[in-house]
Design a protein around this ligand. Structure first.
Ligand SMILES: Nc1ncnc2c1ncn2[C@@H]1O[C@H](COP(=O)(O)OP(=O)(O)OP(=O)(O)O)[C@@H](O)[C@H]1O
Length: 366
């Protein structure tokens, strides 16, 4: 009996079916990609990771390293910071000399001079460092300056990506943090507001969160037991009391970064105004005395506002004049004590209103 289809017809059918399936597959893939809102950011993250990794390997073997990283590690690698890109140095931090000295001896020296510490397990760099203290007092500055001076790679870990449901597979991402850090060591993994991620475990914790915390700790233990590995987790928190006890145990080196006292505020104001046009009447001691309860970040804001007042004054006084007549920069007056006092009064009011500062005497402007 003769077949209903010729050989050519069968081949044609198979080809058409294959084409239709391929088009359907590609279309579905395309639609899925369009529907996934993180698609663009994932692509960007990958690009950024590749750029950073290329720069990190001065030996020219970047492609090899990139090949060895899995997708999750690449996603974490997007948060890598090259030590040379860190602009913060110790001289950007005022009033914390003794803390910095201690940090250099306990954390940086064991990384830089490994050979000096090689004969004893007791003297190796701690695998966990906790910086704690009120907001705006320099914890992030210290973490960055540490990575810069130690010359380590720095992963500024945004923990929200570990728990973001769109990225999914939190556990694989958490594992990738550690495997990536080991591959590119020496490395500091910085976790700001570590309490929000690793707070005391409670029975109300979501199952997935509880599992990820447990996994994070066991991966961390892996680092601790490997004496040859130079990966440090540096956490910063304003609320150390909220941290899980098991986490605190893994961070044996703790540094308190306190609210600055009068002498420290004087140093911070001096540093902030170091290269600014400051008038002869500015009394930094007086500013330091007035600003009890102000953090380093508040002092920066105070000086920034004061500096804006002179621009605002200038514009008010010259509103009528034609722009061509003026060379703005030369005509601006320097920051005066009055600008600083005015800025202080405004900030103080705001702080009292939101309850972050107790009522203090308002200063009268002459
Ligand atoms: N000791 C300091 N010396 C110089 N500048 C400081 C100091 N402390 C804080 N600052 C200024 O305040 C800003 C914020 O500091 P930083 O981000 O390090 O604070 P933080 O303690 O990490 O705050 P948070 O807990 O809110 O993250 C800095 O960029 C800097 O301008």
């Amino acid at each position: 009996m003769q077949s209903a289809f010729s050989k050519n017809e069968v081949i044609g059918l198979v080809v058409r079916l294959t084409l239709v399936s391929a088009v359907a597959f590609l279309s579905i893939k395309w639609i899925m990609n369009q529907v996934d809102p993180t698609n663009k950011s994932k692509k960007k993250a990958r690009q950024r990771a590749e750029e950073q990794l290329k720069r990190l390997t001065s030996t020219g073997n970047a492609p090899l390293i990139i090949e060895k990283l899995n997708d999750y590690e690449m996603m974490i690698a997007a948060h890598l910071v090259h030590p040379q890109d860190i602009k913060v140095t110790w001289s950007s931090i005022a009033g914390l000399e003794s803390l910095i000295q201690e940090l250099r001896e306990t954390v940086i020296l064991p990384i830089q001079r490994k050979e000096l510490f090689a004969d004893s397990q007791l003297t190796t760099a701690p695998k966990g460092v906790l910086l704690h203290g009120p907001p705006g007092c320099g914890k992030t500055l210290i973490a960055k300056a540490t990575a810069r001076e130690a010359g380590t790679r720095f992963i500024n870990l945004d923990v929200s990506i570990l728990t973001d449901k769109w990225y999914g597979e939190s556990q694989k991402l958490a594992a990738a943090v550690f495997t990536l850090a080991v591959k590119i060591q020496p490395c500091i993994i910085f976790i700001d507001e570590i309490d929000s991620f690793l707070r005391s475990r409670t029975s109300s914790d979501h199952e997935a969160t509880a599992m990820m915390k447990a996994q994070f700790m066991s991966l961390w233990d892996g680092l601790i037991t490997d004496s040859n590995c130079t990966v440090i987790i540096m956490g910063a928190t304003n609320r150390p009391q909220d941290l899980d006890k098991a986490i605190l145990r893994r961070m044996p080196a703790t540094f308190h970064v306190p609210m600055p006292n009068t002498a420290q505020r004087r140093q911070i104001v001096g540093l902030i105004l170091e290269n600014e046009p400051v008038g002869p009447d500015v009394n930094m001691e007086a500013i330091a005395k007035l600003t009890e309860g102000f953090s380093g970040s508040d002092l920066r804001e105070l000086c920034r506002n004061a500096s804006l007042y002179r621009v605002r004054d200038y514009l008010r006084n010259h509103i009528e004049e034609s722009e061509e007549d003026e060379v703005y920069h030369d005509a601006l007056r320097p920051i005066s004590m009055e600008d600083l006092k005015f800025s202080f009064n405004k900030m103080r009011e705001g702080k009292v209103q939101c309850g972050s500062l107790q009522l203090q005497t308002r200063i009268d402007l002459d």
